[in-house]
Design a protein around this ligand. Sequence first.
Ligand code: YXS
Length: 270
Amino acid sequence: MSDHISFRRDGAIAIVELNRPEKRNALSEQLLGELTETLNRLDGGTRVVVLRAAPGSKVFSAGHDIDELPLDGSDPLTDSSHFERSLAVLRNFPLPIIAQVSGGVWGGAVEFVLSCDLVLADPTASFAVTPAKLGLPYNTAGIAFFLSRLPAAFVKELFLTAQALDAETALRHGLVSRLLPVSELARETLELAHWMAGLSPRALHLFKRQIAVLSSGTSSGVDPKERETIETLRGEMYAEGGELSQGVAAFRNKRSADFKPIDQADSGSR
Ligand code: YXS
């Protein structure tokens, strides 16, 4: 029994819903664990997954659970973190996953949605990548994933503005696959899922893997010295009392964070 994930079948379609309204579907370790468990329990009769927020949700998801962001200087977005492991489950899942998006998608939830195969949205959808608001140094593998899915100019706009960008903009840059009227989104998403359910599951699984491996913007191509500098700078930002602590305190007190300026050491002169 899941507390934060609802699930039902519609023929060969698994409809999986984020259902943690009191925390705006924030992606806690528990919610992500329940999602992974639900996906892994799907039987052979399932051909397509539709992933959406439970009806009545105010937003699609508020992103990583801020209360679970460590303030002890450790990095919450390592490859072994529950967050990254959950994204990998979505990306490597053998069946196609369609994200049905209404409402705001915040922070890491944007990468979560991007880890699905298709994104069908309505005009209430918006997408805000907000680590800069929290003073959180996003992981390089995560940014590489964004770059493998979206144009660099749009990835820059997402990360450097931390603004909520609308569904039309997201459609223009390929974050959203199809933009549908509010009244049509659920029906058309299910109609597409049923259509895809009639296609060869093995072919679709193979195409998912081929496209993933051929488009993987790996960060391994980055100069090792530059990679090392980046990781050092990230570590400094996580250090106790650092930027992230400021950002989380500001969120909790509903005020803007008081971030420190870049010092010379950080100015890329390293
Ligand atoms: O005070 P209560 O207990 O009622 O709880 C409030 C919020 O604290 C809680 N909540 C969250 N709890 C944990 N993690 C979150 N991400 C989170 N977001 C919200 O939900 C209850 C209702 O929140 P409230 O009153 O703000 O709701 P609202 O409808 O007025 O506004 C909804 C949002 C989503 C616009 C607002 O809650 C918001 O801006 N949330 C933070 C969005 C955000 O910055 N997410 C990024 C999280 S960090 C992350 O994803 C990555 C690590 S990164 O930073 O790298 O992107």
